[in-house]
Design a protein. Structure first.
Length: 226
């Protein structure tokens, strides 16, 4: 195999030939000098080609690295769980990461973000007023959809709950019962109220609505219709 020393030697020889050719021009005719220079160039080109061909041949003969394909399979316990889950999925509705919903009998339409990491549904609320009627506590508030349409709600307060958001901040929120229609199904679920003005979607669908009913494909949106 041609090493670096041999390559350097070839180059030096080429330079030496060029130098000799320059000196020869002083003693040769112009025509003879051109012919000598041309011959030296041809010899150098041929030598370079032979070196490259030799290196290619040697490289092709070297053993190529072999990649081992993993033959590891899931354990019997995992395969059993997978089989059981796949059977249960057949009876569930596949939804995307964003779906359209309607609230209560008002028909107030919202684009909701599906969040399997959230325990309960969450809704944007502003202009909150707490009232007490005959010993029961109620809350009046306004919400807004992505089109800028506003809707007022009047609900009984189920409880006040301390909720920690995805960014780690904890806050006390009102919790109410709300009828949420999604894909033609109506779900009566607990919804906590929160200021979501700075967030893209004013309603968050949590696990308390999704559990046992839906499977989420995060690569899709609005699988239940636009």
């Amino acid at each position: 195999m041609v090493n670096k020393l041999q390559l350097v030697t070839m180059i030096l020889m080429g330079l030496l030939f060029s130098s000799c050719a320059q000196q020869q021009r002083n003693y040769l005719t112009e025509q003879e000098g051109r012919e000598l220079s041309l011959k030296i160039k041809e010899d150098l080109y041929q030598t370079k080609k032979e070196i490259i061909d030799e290196m290619k041949g040697l490289l092709s003969k070297q053993p190529q690295p072999k990649f081992q394909v993993s033959t590891q399979t899931f354990s019997k316990n995992i395969l059993k769980k997978q089989k059981k889950v796949k059977k249960s999925i057949k009876n569930k509705t596949v939804i995307g990461r964003i779906e359209n919903i309607k609230l209560d009998s008002t028909g107030f339409a919202l684009k909701a973000r599906i969040d399997t990491g959230a325990k309960t549904c969450s809704m944007h609320a502003e202009n909150i007023i707490e009232k007490e009627v005959e010993g029961k506590k109620y809350i009046q508030f306004t919400s807004e959809n992505t089109e800028g349409k506003k809707q007022s709600f009047y609900k009984e307060i189920v409880k006040k709950q301390r909720v920690r958001s995805s960014n780690g901040e904890a806050s006390d929120r009102y919790v109410i019962k709300m009828a949420v229609e999604m894909g033609g199904r109506i779900h009566e679920v607990s919804v906590n109220l929160n200021d979501r003005e700075d967030l893209r979607y004013n309603f968050l669908v949590g696990r308390n609505l999704l559990m046992g009913e839906y499977v989420v494909d995060v690569s899709q949106t609005r699988l239940l219709g636009k």
